[in-house]
Design a protein around this ligand. Structure first.
Ligand code: MN3
Length: 199
């Protein structure tokens, strides 16, 4: 059962000027596609081949001998989740239950954004910043390289890719500018709210 590269949920130019067509073309068509292809090659013919990708991620996390499967499975999953964490005319603030829960668990929306940006800024090198539900509490976490919150039994609600390939063409080394644009202009709070409702 091979994992298919999903099409982007919007046009390549739909997030401009915050994330360019060129960035999304490289990021989706080259980087994400390569992870998907390598994952399918690595898992083919193994006992994990028929498992859902989330199960593969859980089964291979913390297994050094299976890092090739894990890294490509997690990166295939993370990027699909990242595309859905953004939308054209995104940004703004969450509403409804998600807004209430952010206020309850972080103190305020501003305290959430401070924590999320700090997670992205302090992830040394490549990785991801996440809003997750752990038990009944929202948390911000960061993960290095391909790692994601699934093996820790945290439910991902939202993610931001902080690998340089996510922002270098548009922002060069200025990761904070990319993070501000992500939160102010493209973040998809509807997606996070759906994930919370389904958790
Ligand atoms: Mn990436």
């Amino acid at each position: 059962m091979s994992y298919e590269l999903p099409t982007l949920p919007y046009d390549y130019s739909a997030l401009e000027p915050y994330i360019s067509k060129g960035t999304l073309e490289f990021h989706h068509d080259k980087h994400h596609a390569a992870y998907v292809n390598k994952f399918n090659d690595a898992v083919k013919g193994t006992d994990l081949d028929s498992k859902p990708i989330e199960e593969v991620i859980k089964a291979t996390a913390n297994e050094p001998s299976k890092s090739g499967v894990f890294n490509n499975a997690a990166q295939a999953w993370n990027h699909t989740f990242y595309w859905n964490s953004m939308k054209p005319q995104g940004g703004g603030t969450p509403t409804g239950e998600l807004a209430k829960k952010i206020n309850a668990d972080f103190g305020s929306f501003d305290q959430f954004t401070d924590a999320f940006k700090k997670a992205g800024a302090t992830q040394f090198g490549s990785g991801w910043a996440w809003l997750v539900l752990e038990g009944n509490t929202l948390k911000v976490v960061k993960t290095p390289n391909a790692e994601n919150p699934i093996p820790a039994s945290q439910v991902p609600l939202l993610t931001m890719d902080v690998w340089e390939h996510a922002y270098y063409l548009d922002y060069q080394n200025k990761r904070p500018d990319y993070m501000n644009a992500f939160l102010e202009n493209v973040v998809n709070w509807d997606f996070a709210a759906q994930n919370l409702a389904a958790a």
